[in-house]
Design a protein around this ligand. Structure first.
Ligand code: 13P
Length: 247
C-alpha cells in the first residue's frame, strides 16, 4: 500500500477543483486494483464541494493548511476542527511554501500538528532543506531540527502522523531528488523517527514528481508514497501518473 496525494496548492478554483475531482473519482472507479491510498488537497473554498464529489469513493480529502486553535477571533483562519467537521481526513502541515513565503516557524508547525491530532486529522508534516543548506552540508541539521520540533513528546499510534520529505530545491523546479538520494534520506529519517516514537510513520516524497519518474519512487521500500503538486493539477498528467503508478 502506498500513498498518492495531490496538493493542488492555489492552482485550481472551485469549478476546476470539482471537475478534476469528478474525473479522478470516475478514473478510480474503473480501476480494480486497490494498492494506493488516494487523497486530494483542494483550496479551502472548494473543500466541501470536493468532499461531496468524493463521498462513497476511495478518494479522501485533506486541507492544505489550518489554524492551531479550534475557534475564536482569528480573522481569515480555518481550524483543524472545522476541516474535520467538513470531512477532512488529512492536513498538510508546514509545507515549505508556508514556511518560506508565509514565515511559519517550527514552533507554529508543531502547534498545528497538535491541533490536527486533537481534531482527529492525520497531519502530513512537511520537512525539507533549501538548496543552500544542501550545498553547505546542512541537510541533516535542518531535517533533524524540523523533526525534533515536530515529533518530540508526541504520543501517536501507527499511521497517525505522516512525514513528507520535500526538499525545497526540488519543489516546482523539475529538479527532482534522485531516487538513490531519496532512498538514503528516507532511510535516515526513518532512523531519526525512532528517537521519538515506536509507531509506524509513513514517509512520503514530494518535489517535481511526474508520470516519468513516479515509478522510480514508488519502487523504493523507504518511500511510502508521494505528495504531488503541479503534475496533479491537470487531468492528463494525473491520469498518466495513475497509469504509471498502476492504481
Ligand atoms: P511539485 O510537484 O510542483 O514540485 O510540488 C510538490 C509539492 O510541493 C507538494 O506538496
Amino acid at each position: 500500500m502506498k500513498y498518492l496525494f495531490a496538493n493542488w496548492k492555489m492552482y485550481l478554483g472551485v469549478k476546476e477543483s470539482v471537475a478534476l475531482a469528478k474525473t479522478i473519482v470516475a478514473m478510480t472507479r474503473k480501476i480494480q486494483k486497490n494498492n494506493l491510498r488516494l487523497a486530494l488537497f483542494p483550496t479551502s473554498l472548494a473543500f466541501t464541494d470536493v468532499v461531496s464529489v468524493c463521498k462513497g469513493s476511495r478518494v479522501a480529502v485533506g486541507g492544505q493548511n489550518c489554524a492551531w486553535t479550534p475557534a475564536g477571533a482569528y480573522t481569515g483562519a480555518v481550524s483543524a476542527q472545522m476541516f474535520r467537521d467538513a470531512g477532512a481526513a488529512y492536513m498538510i502541515v508546514g509545507h515549505s511554501e508556508r514556511r518560506h513565503i508565509f514565515g511559519e516557524r517550527d514552533s507554529d508547525v508543531r502547534k498545528k500538528i497538535d491541533a490536527c491530532l486533537s481534531a482527529g486529522i492525520i497531519p502530513i508534516i512537511c520537512i525539507g532543506e533549501t538548496r543552500e543548506e544542501r550545498e553547505n552540508g546542512k541537510r541533516q541539521y535542518r531535517l533533524k531540527k524540523q523533526l525534533m520540533s515536530a515529533c518530540q513528546g508526541l504520543d501517536v499510534k501507527d499511521n497517525e502522523i505522516i512525514i513528507a520529505y520535500e526538499p525545497v530545491w526540488a519543489i516546482g523546479t523539475g529538479d527532482a531528488c534522485a531516487p538513490a538520494d531519496t532512498d538514503d534520506v528516507h532511510g535516515w529519517i526513518a532512523h531519526e523517527l525512532r528517537s521519538y516514537t515506536s509507531a509506524q510513520v509513513p514517509i512520503l516524497y514530494g518535489g517535481s514528481v511526474d508520470a516519468e519518474n513516479v515509478h522510480n519512487y514508488l519502487a523504493l521500500g523507504t518511500v511510502h508514497g508521494l505528495l504531488v503538486g503541479t503534475a496533479s493539477t491537470k487531468k492528463e498528467s494525473l491520469a498518466a501518473i495513475f497509469r504509471a503508478a498502476r492504481v
